[in-house]
Design a protein around this ligand. Structure first.
Ligand code: ADP
Length: 623
């Protein structure tokens, strides 16, 4: 039989599994049971509409063969056909493997991002067989692999639909006791620990002893099939009886995350619409979170049956990071994607969930600020996007969840904190944009605001300024970019002086503006900066940061910031410029270009003519 090769990305994961990056090998059982449970869910779901499919007596069975060192996990779920076997077990989900290749992170972290899944069987096995028959089909297949060098696939027979996974356990090592996975009590413990809530019985044969019939001292052993799990979904249990470890195990196994959740929101809602929900806020963004492929949604159950595994309607986009399950007996089993959107009960549940998440985040912000900052680091961009999205329809709801970096405090603060700390004389909320806090911190135009002891919010995200523009104000205080040319912090006298200086040098400034070929709408003398020679301010709604965001978009929409080159009126360069205007206009032209380029570089804007500028500077130096 021909050996088939694993896709290369899968090979790497497999290699990591075999050479086991995990010390926690026992989770292989959790993964296989979880797959079996999913397979039973799928069959039960399909049987709702396909009467030919038999989903009766769903069960997961664990068989131990101590002599052969085999552990078999059986289910009577949906099974797989040949193509599915090949696609599901010959490769790791495409999106996952793609990112896997690109990512520079530590391997173990990446695997955790998309779950260890079926491959974890190789942590404890030298050989794995998957015997499977798809429900509704007569054909069965046997998939066999001993690890990285590939797998074989052959057609075979199987009595009933479903899947049987046989693990040939590795030989015991000095420091690794694989035989323990054949031990009744080890298996009981692992199932209880990770899979207790699984809705289907997880059964196993165990040996018991009893008094022989008719005897009062002779015992006999007999075999009994027992159910190892309680089958009560965790979300249906009383909150008080659930330990943190149970929540963590449930979350990590169900949502394939290696890290424990940051926060759990467990509710039992009664009233007009009744439901139970168990929601989790992850402690980090999934690797694909800010990609198109990421799909939001909660698992939706009704009457104990999973009816949708990613019900998008239950979560607004700005809370798309929330994972979890919702269980309501009020919903119809036959609810479809189309009817879902207009279902009054679904809408009511979604609304109630949103309020719960919102209040929970506000409470976290107030009572556990460090935890909230961790949350905001991971998902703040999504909240900011939520403020901006749909022309700000949700801005009032979300504004108090926002945090920005404070230039004074050197940490994230809320807008409420900013406003509470504002001195009486301050009328606006100042912000500045740039690539990093350090770069923003050294912007010339920030100096003036800092000198007045006003705080400045440092915005580094692409969406940040757009969000503030949509928000317009907070607590009636308008937002103001420190680069906006209408920034108005000078005294009356200072303004008069600057006005005079500009009038006196009007001809020279006009000449400089012309030298820049329409790149700027104005060249001005300013007293807004004290130590630096130049900076760019903008006129109108588009800032330099916004221009950068537009530039990065695949389609050029021609949106450009209207720039003003501001020159420090007290800087020695001004005298030099004046002299050149009288004596050497050609040189003034060159100087204008250099000053303008400097100002662009400070803003992080690209130069259109770097070679020309570089040559001009060299000419200057060599003279
Ligand atoms: P994941 O469960 O994260 O999708 P796995 O590597 O664990 O990844 O499994 C890959 C796929 O193989 C599953 O999505 C499922 O389609 C299929 N599969 C695994 N185990 C079973 C099973 N017991 N019955 C049916 N299909 C299964």
């Amino acid at each position: 039989m021909k050996k088939r090769e694993f896709k290369s990305s899968s090979k790497r994961v497999l290699d990591l599994m075999i050479n086991s990056i995990y010390t926690n090998k026992e989770i292989f059982l959790r993964e296989l049971i979880s797959n079996a449970s999913d397979a039973l869910d799928k069959l039960s779901y399909l049987s709702l509409t396909n009467k030919d499919l038999d989903a009766s007596n769903p069960k997961i069975f664990i068989e131990r063969d101590e002599k052969e060192r085999k552990l078999i996990i059986k289910d009577n779920g949906i099974g797989m056909d040949e193509e599915e076997l090949e696609n599901n077990l010959g490769t790791i989900a495409e999106s996952g493997s793609l990112k896997f290749k690109e990512s520079q992170e530590k391997d173990s972290e990446i695997i955790g991002q998309f779950g260890v899944g079926f491959y974890s069987a190789f942590m404890v096995s030298k050989k794995v067989e998957v015997l499977t028959r798809k429900a509704g089909s007569e054909d069965a297949y046997l998939w066999t692999s001993e690890g990285v060098d590939g797998y074989t696939l052959e057609k075979t027979r199987k009595d009933k639909p479903g899947t049987e996974i046989t693990l040939y356990l590795k030989d015991d090592q000095e420091d690794e006791d694989y035989s323990t996975f054949l031990d009744e009590y080890t298996i009981r413990r692992i199932v209880k620990k990770y899979s207790d809530y699984i809705r289907y019985p997880i059964n196993m044969d165990v040996e018991n002893s009893r008094l022989k019939e008719g005897s009062d001292k002779e015992y006999e052993t007999y075999v009994e099939e027992v159910t190892l799990n309680s089958m009560i979904p965790l979300w249906k249990k009383d909150k008080k009886s659930i330990t943190e470890e149970e929540y963590n195990n449930f979350y990590t196994s169900k949502f394939m995350d290696m890290e424990n959740p940051l926060h759990v929101i467990h509710n039992n809602v009664e009233g007009l619409v009744e439901y139970k929900s168990m929601l989790f806020i992850p402690s980090h963004a999934p690797f694909d979170y800010y990609y198109k492929e990421y799909k939001k949604g909660l698992e939706l159950y009704t009457n104990g049956v999973l009816i949708m595994d990613k019900c998008e309607e239950l979560l607004p986009d700005y809370y798309s990071f929330v994972k979890g399950v919702v269980d309501s007996d009020d919903l119809s089993l036959n609810i479809s994607r189309e009817t879902l959107q207009n279902d009054r009960k679904v809408i009511a549940i979604a609304k109630s969930l949103e309020t719960k998440i919102h209040n929970e985040l506000l409470t976290m912000l107030k009572e556990e600020p460090d935890k909230y900052k961790k949350f905001f680091d991971a998902f703040g961009t999504q909240i900011k996007y939520g403020v901006y999205d749909m022309y700000g329809a949700n801005k009032d709801k979300l504004k108090d969840l926002l945090m920005f970096y404070s230039g004074n405090k050197k940490e994230l603060i809320t807008l409420d904190q900013y406003v509470s700390d504002m001195p009486k004389s301050q009328k606006e909320i100042y912000y500045a944009c740039g690539e990093s806090y350090d770069k923003i911190d050294s912007l010339p135009q920030i100096e003036q605001v800092k000198n007045k002891k006003f705080d400045v919010l440092y915005l580094t995200g692409n969406v940040d300024e757009f969000a503030l523009q949509v928000l317009e104000k907070y607590d009636d205080k308008p937002f103001k970019n420190v680069s906006d040319n209408t920034l108005d912090l000078e005294t009356k006298e200072e303004k008069e002086n600057t006005k005079k200086a500009n009038e006196e040098s009007k001809d020279m400034l006009d000449f400089m503006k012309e030298s820049l070929n329409g790149e700027v709408v104005d060249v001005r003398l300013t007293n807004k900066i004290s130590s630096h020679p130049v900076f760019l301010s903008t006129q109108g709604v588009i800032s330099t940061q916004m221009e950068k965001v537009f530039n990065a978009m695949p389609i050029d929409n021609g949106q450009k910031a209207e720039l003003i080159l501001e020159i420090n009126e007290n800087h020695p360069i001004v005298d030099k410029l004046k002299k050149l205007y009288d004596k050497d206009k050609d040189k003034l032209k060159d100087y204008s270009k250099i000053l303008y380029s400097e100002a662009r570089l400070i803003e992080g804007l690209p130069l259109d003519n770097p070679t020309e500028i570089s040559n001009l500077i060299c000419d200057l130096i060599s003279k």
